[in-house]
Design a protein around this ligand. Structure first.
Ligand SMILES: [Fe+2]
Length: 94
């Protein structure tokens, strides 16, 4: 999950910049906060601290429900509504 974020987020952030998504700065901060949260959990586990599976699952669940299903949809909608998105959609349909 941590590695996924570290490789996927830069790609997603560059995409948002290229399509002119206005909320990119705030979105980047959410990515950064998530990576820090997961790094903190990984460090705790590495140090032998007791991290409840339920805590980890809660972080991941929140990420999926609040970020992937809500925040990521905003830039996807922006892309689809944009001229660039319309061209891409037309090209994919033909
Ligand atoms: Fe995102």
């Amino acid at each position: 999950m941590i590695e996924y974020g570290k490789y996927h987020f830069p790609f997603e952030e560059k995409f948002m910049e290229e399509i002119g998504f206005a909320e990119v700065k705030d979105h980047k901060k959410k990515h950064k906060d998530f990576v820090q949260k997961m790094d903190h959990i990984a460090l705790q586990m590495h140090q032998g601290d007791n991290v409840l599976n339920s805590e980890i699952l809660k972080v991941i669940e929140n990420w999926i429900l609040d970020h992937i299903l809500k925040e990521d949809q905003k830039f996807i909608e922006h892309f689809v509504r944009s001229e660039q998105g319309a061209e891409t959609m037309t090209r994919l349909k033909t």
